[in-house]
Design a binder for this molecule. Structure first.
Ligand SMILES: [Zn+2]
Length: 163
């Protein structure tokens, strides 16, 4: 089971420290915040390298330390799955898979077809993670993590800790 599509937007990139949480964020193409920030904030984007902060408890979504810019969750047009704790928690932005949908399938059928569905779509060139997913990267890693959690939960509901 692959953790990502292996495309250039997933495999290349640098990282920087988010001043909001002190954790590492990965670089995103400018295309990503351009599509996902609210309009007034898009205008503030500069010629700089932008990074995405995945930390759940951190309000910052995009930042650049050069220009000292920090764009927060409420300035992003979509729900940022990695920072949400309540449903719907988006996992795959290209084909609308939520955490709930993945959990539901495993609860009713015992398995998940999500990874193969998405992989087929990626191979068919139908995904647009760099402009739809706030991380600017493909969702397969997140999908696989969610499937594992859902299977764990189906086996023993009390074993699932909020992570
Ligand atoms: Zn942060």
């Amino acid at each position: 089971m692959s953790d990502c599509c292996g495309g250039p937007e997933c495999t290349v990139g640098t990282s920087a420290i988010c001043q909001g949480c002190g954790q590492k964020g990965k670089s995103v193409q400018k295309l990503t915040p351009e599509h996902l920030l609210v309009e007034s904030k898009v205008l503030e984007l500069k010629k700089a390298e932008y990074f995405y902060c995945p930390t759940k408890t951190c309000d910052v979504v995009y930042f650049t330390n050069d220009g000292n810019q920090y764009f927060k969750k409420e300035e992003v047009k979509v729900r940022v799955g990695s920072k949400e704790t309540e449903d719907p928690i988006p996992i795959c932005y290209c084909f609308d898979f939520t955490r709930e949908r993945i959990f539901d399938e495993i609860r009713t059928t015992g398995k998940s077809t999500t990874t193969s569905y998405i992989t087929n779509k990626i191979n068919g060139g139908e995904c647009a993670c760099e402009i739809k997913n706030p991380s600017g990267r493909c969702c397969l890693g997140e999908v696989n993590r969610t499937i594992k959690q859902a299977q764990l939960y189906a086996d023993s509901p009390e074993a699932l800790t909020q992570s």
